[in-house]
Design a protein around this ligand. Structure first.
Ligand SMILES: [Zn+2]
Length: 200
């Protein structure tokens, strides 16, 4: 078993072979975990939430749901949800421009940069930031179709467990969203904390 800490605002890549499990934990709670996965044999094939929605008929991942690649092939299956369904598959990964949009000046860590850095460490230059699965992210679509992100209610120790159906490279980012724009709170109170990842 490989037990790792993803420090606050950083990202890490993990090789999760076919049949192996990856467990992602928010030890302190209230922390969004952006999750990306690639076919280890081809960086052109990545896990795609839109292709997953159409297969599972759900915009949030649930135990038993299959995560599909953009080529509509099964990549991973969610086994356990220890976060009471508080997950998102709608929001794009944060990037420098998202923080500038909210008035932040200067460079800011982001899930997009975390992904690119983690992939470069493995020798892969990527030109597209895939849509992530945002575990522990509290978005909702209201009756009028409005997308809202109220306070993050995920409790300490929340986790998800996923099994790889093919050989994969998975990237986990501790979302660096440390601002609290009115009505848009990704990490509770803008506090960013570490994530724990176990591959077994
Ligand atoms: Zn982020």
């Amino acid at each position: 078993m490989n037990n790792s800490i993803v420090p606050p605002k950083e990202g890490r890549a993990f090789h999760v072979g076919e049949g192996q499990r990856i467990r992602i934990i928010s030890p302190k709670g209230h922390q969004a975990a952006d999750f990306f996965a690639y076919n280890a044999a081809s960086m052109a094939e990545w896990l795609s939430p839109p292709h997953t929605w159409i297969a599972s008929c759900s915009i949030t991942p649930r135990p038993g749901d299959i995560f599909m690649s953009r080529f509509r092939r099964p990549m991973m299956r969610m086994l356990e949800d220890g976060a009471n369904g508080v997950h998102d598959m709608l929001l794009p990964a944060c990037d420098q421009f998202r923080y500038e949009f909210f008035g932040y000046e200067g460079p800011h860590a982001s899930c997009s940069d975390n992904l690119m850095t983690a992939m470069r460490r493995l020798g892969h230059e990527i030109s597209v930031i895939p849509q992530p699965v945002n575990f522990f992210t509290n978005t909702n679509v209201d009756a009028n179709g409005r997308l809202v992100a109220p306070a993050n209610i995920v409790e300490a120790g929340a986790y998800v467990e996923i099994v790889a159906l093919i050989d994969t490279i998975c990237i986990v980012s501790s979302c660096p969203f440390d601002i609290v724009p009115d009505g848009w709170e990704i990490n509770a109170g803008g506090v960013v904390s570490e994530l724990e990842v176990l591959v077994s």
